[in-house]
Design a protein around this ligand. Structure first.
Ligand SMILES: NC(=O)C1=CN([C@@H]2O[C@H](COP(=O)(O)OP(=O)(O)OC[C@H]3O[C@@H](n4cnc5c(N)ncnc54)[C@H](O)[C@@H]3O)[C@@H](O)[C@H]2O)C=CC1
Ligand SMILES: O=C([O-])CC(=O)C(=O)O
Length: 337
């Protein structure tokens, strides 16, 4: 009997680390920040990550990498501080996750961050056109509605644009909708899946409760408040943090979930679907978030909006003018540079 028990040996540990070598080289830009640090931690724990490059302009970034490198998972962590190391940090990356840039303070809109963050995104993508043009890019930096068009325009200028590989991360909106509706209806939020479409700011965020799975019935008099809570959830956190930034921990979770889905798609897993903000012809807006099938190409298939009810159609029609304005702002800004 005892002889049949297989004990872990050094050999099996070696096998584990070898299998990891087929997985992905990931770079986090903004890795020393409020989102970047817990996001890098979650990526260090993900067996789909083989190499984790932590890049930030903050001089202590190698310290963040050193700290992470002591965690007993097989991936290798390296730290890169300062813009002169950006090219090395991005070189050969397969997945790049970008939470670099300034967060909101109370009273600001996400669009108020454009003046600081447009340039952050432009700089990273200008470097990426040389260092890792074929990587998959996951943009967290706000205003997401404008930053994704900025990234695409920079890649287009360099003749390197592949819109199937540039994503705005709106996963936190889905995570919040799942949580809020789950709490309201007595369903474990982990079991909930509420698509959220449109963009990632105020009224451009359109939760589709009619398409929630499992099916939930939300009383008519609660639907407006629930919709508004999802649309304003970022501001709820900004206010609660009283001047000390915006969502970081829930965003790190959401960013890690999205990056994990990207890597599962790259691995060839079937039926990996996430709502995300991408270049699109689904509506009159040139960028739009809705469920997409992820795969080896990045965006394998845009699944569109699907059936929505009159209430949700009205939300989409209110979202579109704002979304188009924020998209044009990003596109025009790159063209003016
Ligand atoms: N997509 C979404 O759902 C969400 C987006 N965000 C956005 O994520 C961004 C980051 O938020 P936090 O981590 O809370 O801010 P933070 O200020 O804590 O961290 C940002 C980090 O970016 C670094 N950074 C600034 N300029 C840089 C550059 N040019 N290159 C590389 N790194 C640079 C800073 O040194 C800092 O470490 C903000 O724009 C925020 O609005 C935040 C929450 C949710
Ligand atoms: O609200 C903010 O500024 C950060 C953000 O995008 C969110 O939490 O959804």
């Amino acid at each position: 009997m005892f002889s049949r028990i297989v004990r872990p040996t050094l050999n099996t540990a070696r096998k584990f680390s070898t299998s990891q070598q087929n997985n992905y080289r990931v770079t986090v830009c903004g890795a020393a920040g409020g989102i970047g640090q817990p996001l890098s931690l979650l990526l260090k724990l993900n067996p789909l990550v083989t190499e984790l490059n932590c890049y930030d302009i903050a001089p202590f970034t190698p310290g963040v990498a050193c700290d992470l490198s002591h965690i007993e998972t097989a991936s290798k962590v390296k730290g890169f501080a300062g813009q002169e190391s950006l090219k090395d940090a991005l070189s050969n990356a397969e997945v790049v996750v970008i939470p670099a840039g300034v967060p909101r303070k109370p009273g600001m809109t996400r669009d108020d961050l454009f003046g600081s963050n447009a340039n952050v995104v432009k700089t990273i993508f200008e470097c990426a056109t040389e260092a890792c043009p074929d990587a998959i890019f996951c943009i967290i930096t706000n205003p997401v509605n404008s930053c994704v068009p900025i990234a695409c325009e920079v890649m287009k200028k360099a003749n390197k644009l592949n819109p199937r590989r540039i994503f705005g991360v709106s996963t936190l909106d889905i995570v919040r909708a799942n949580t809020f509706v789950g709490e309201m209806c007595g369903v474990n939020p982990k079991e909930m899946n509420v698509p959220v479409i449109g963009g990632h700011s105020g009224i451009t965020i359109v939760p589709l409760f009619s398409r929630a799975t499992p099916k939930v019935s939300i009383p008519k008099d609660k639907l407006d408040a629930l919709t508004k809570r999802v649309q304003e959830a970022g501001t709820e956190v900004v206010k609660a943090k009283v001047g000390h930034g915006s969502a970081t921990l829930s965003m790190a979770y959401a960013g890690a979930r999205f990056a994990n889905s990207i890597m599962r798609g790259l691995k060839g897993e079937s039926n990996v679907i996430e709502c995300c903000y991408v270049q699109s012809d689904v509506t009159e807006a040139a960028y739009f978030s809705n469920p997409v099938l992820l795969g080896k190409a990045g965006l394998e298939k845009n699944l569109g909006i699907g059936e929505i009810n009159a209430y949700e159609k009205d939300l989409v029609s209110k979202a579109l003018p704002e979304l188009k304005k924020e998209i044009a702002k990003g596109v025009d800004w790159v063209k003016s540079q």
